[in-house]
Design a protein around this ligand. Sequence first.
Ligand code: FAD
Ligand code: SF4
Length: 510
Amino acid sequence: MKKLRLILGDQLNERHTWFQENDDNITYCMFEMRQETDYVKHHIQKVTGFFVAMRNFCDKLSSKGHNFIYYKINEEENEQDLTKNLAKLIDAHQIEKFEYLEPDEYRLDKQLNNFCKDLEIESEVFSTEHFYTNRGFLKDFFKGKKQFLMENFYRKMRKKHQILMVDEQPEGGKWNYDKSNRKKWKGDTLIPPFKTFDEDVSEIVKDIESAGITTFGNINKKNFEYPTSRSQALAYLRYFCDNLLVHFGDYQDAMHTDQVYLFHSRISFALNTKMVSPKEIIDKVLETFRENKNDIDISQVEGFIRQIIGWREYMRGMYWMLMPDYKKENFLENKNKLPEFFWTGKTKMNCLKNAIQNSLDNGYAHHIQRLMVTGNFALLTQIHPDEIDAWYLGIYVDAIEWVQLPNTRGMSQFADGGKIATKPYVSSGSYISKMSNYCDSCSYKKTKKFGDDACPFNTLYWNFLEEKQEKLSSNFRMKMMYSVLNKMSTSDRAKIKEKANHIIENINEY
Ligand code: FAD
Ligand code: SF4
């Protein structure tokens, strides 16, 4: 039976059972398409990273004897649309069965579902063999529950997969070491540099430009830094385990003007394109821990494992549990526009300038920059979640909707009214000052609320609480902040409102 098998750009799993045997009756297909480059405006490194990784994947598997049809972005046969390309190939090659791997995005899942409904030949969908859990796992796990706490799911995963467990109890006696993972980085702990791959991506960037794809952000064409093959991804993982794991937990929340990555793994692009699997990562991290037990504390390891088997799998499960309605949620009824400086980095607020410039230069910001700097500011200034989604989905190389959307709309913007986060992640300048050195060289004064040089976060924070009081004051975790707000004098509250309105109305001057 002649089969056509589709591989999407984020399904680069070389170890999939599909590739265990060669079969002349099977043709694999992969397409670089405008459908995928144009649904949102993407960072140049994101489009480049995907195309390079896809081409490498196709070359590698072709060299192992698998039949591949690969359409580059500028190829004449390329219809630039997934189902049009598939229909043409099915017809041209007299295909008798179409097979594909479960897409992680709702949009593509729907498109392929509809396509198969109308197909006259047989079709079948297979697992990507990547995640620990299947799509429906969380829906069953939280059935009948009012709260969907990540912590409950995480503990279940630890037990189920016997990760950091001793006889059904958490190794080290604790499930969670978050409290010891809150150090500020002061430049005293060494961060050995990663030896980059010297990968020249000029040709692909030329292809992207000549296709007329609109992108933004910066790129070093002569030395592309993201792993674009499985072997490079494994090199990243080794580097992380050998050099960074030892302090991962300690500095997980830290931010610094001199360091883009600190002790973060930068593995998300390789992971989300499935060049490596979460299980391989967990196994390698545990092996490193077991071999270096005297040097690496369990808190560093637990902090990392929680991200992979906890947050990552949880976000995917929540996405599939809550889509498609989730994409429209706007619980706080925010409606402002995203400030222009999110696209340029041109702002006097040093924390935002650094987080945005990192993002424009590297297609990267680490979790706390995304959550407590850009996300925090967007929420405090009450930006419409659609605008925020488009920015996060476009700017980060690791952004694929299943993981971006629940993080942005849910965790960061509280637009789901608390399905993912139990309270909004908002703070005044004090949190940023506690976790970074940004405030030391900022035009604004971190402790001031009023005056031209007052840190904008300070008034925006109290104004946000005031304006959203009706929706948030009954939240148990917000009670303390509301009791502080409600003790403030009427004149202070009026001054805060006036200042915050001025900031929001003149946002691009700040
Ligand atoms: P590390 O800090 O080294 O963490 C290791 C891995 O854990 C990451 O690679 C990632 O796979 C996983 N992880 C950690 N936190 C999360 C999380 N909250 N959700 C899912 N996985 C997590 N992550 C994405 O992969 N794609 C996104 O589009 C994305 N958008 C985000 C948007 C916002 C507003 C926020 C607050 C977070 C977002 N995250 C996203 C989660 C997290 O910020 C990134 O996974 C992380 O910064 C990637 O860098 P790293 O590989 O160095 O991570
Ligand atoms: Fe950001 Fe305010 Fe600190 Fe400036 S003073 S870096 S605006 S938190």
